[in-house]
Ligand binder design. Structure first.
Ligand code: MG
Ligand code: MG
Length: 271
């Protein structure tokens, strides 16, 4: 039997540092989203995020990651994740997915949003963005009472099925802490393998990636940009979440997720 890789368990003081990193990421994403206007370049979006991270005295975990040249990934339409910011101009109705992270005192946070620049090109695009966000929160709700991470995966897959969308094959969420990506995997769909048990001290990034078409993808010649194989559109939402003995806290939401979780009767508890 394969031995599950070790999970890094965090103390609540560690989680509080991660929450500081998380709030900076929330601010960076808000600035990046504000910069996501028709005619702006994806470099402009990245610059907005970079300014916030630098002003906060944090560092970027994206910049230099396996040589990645920016503080955020900006992915448009059929680009699902890992788009490299550059001179591409954002057009009316583009689905823009922005993924960003920050490090404070060695502790990481990671979060992503998708939004539509200007007016949506059709109802399907708004549905895709909304349902991917809904899947993220369904996953977070599941995490609050999960026995294993399979419960999170199932909750995300159920939203995709009900919305007649597909999760991207082979791309998963992850543990986070003293590194951006660490065990355990947090799949976006049910798997044959049993996933990790949810325990206090875990911090995970849940990140559903939904596509309108099939779940198949390819990577562009730039070595980074993941695009849907059939050219259909995609969306990506992500939060980093802490699990401790008293409850959960969404590290990359300024309110710990309180506003979104209220409708499910869940009150997040600060670590
Ligand atoms: Mg991310
Ligand atoms: Mg991530």
């Amino acid at each position: 039997m394969p031995v599950a890789p070790a999970v890094e368990y965090k103390s609540r003081p560690h989680m509080r540092v991660m929450a500081r990193a998380g709030r900076i990421v929330a601010d960076a994403l808000e600035a990046a989203a504000t910069a996501t206007v028709v005619g702006a370049t994806t470099s402009d979006v990245d610059a907005a995020a970079r300014q916030v991270i630098e002003a906060a005295g944090a560092t970027s975990n994206f910049l230099g990651y396996h040589g990645f040249p920016a503080v955020s990934c900006v992915s448009i339409n059929d680009e699902v994740v890992h788009g490299i910011p550059g001179p591409r101009e954002i057009e009316e109705g583009d689905i823009v997915s922005i993924d960003c992270g920050a490090v404070v005192d060695g502790w990481h946070a990671d979060s992503a949003v998708s939004l539509i620049a200007g007016h949506a090109r059709g109802e399907q695009d708004a549905h895709l963005v909304d349902q991917t966000k809904a899947a993220l929160w369904a996953g977070i709700v599941a995490l609050a009472s999960a026995n294993r991470l399979d419960d999170v995966a199932g909750a995300i897959e159920d939203v995709a099925d009900a919305a007649r969308l597909h999760t991207l094959d082979g791309y998963v969420g992850h543990g986070i802490g003293t590194s951006m990506h660490q065990p355990p995997d947090v799949p976006n769909y049910r798997t044959r393998a049993r996933q990790a048990k949810v325990k206090p001290g875990m911090c995970v990034a849940i990140e559903p990636m939904f596509v309108v078409g099939t779940g198949k993808s390819t990577v562009r010649d730039d070595g980074w940009t993941v695009v849907s194989a059939d050219g259909s559109r995609a969306a990506h939402w992500e939060h980093s979440i802490a699990i401790h003995t008293e409850g959960i806290w969404v590290l990359t939401a300024r309110d710990g997720g309180a506003a979104e979780l209220a409708r499910y009767g869940i009150a997040p508890v600060a670590p």
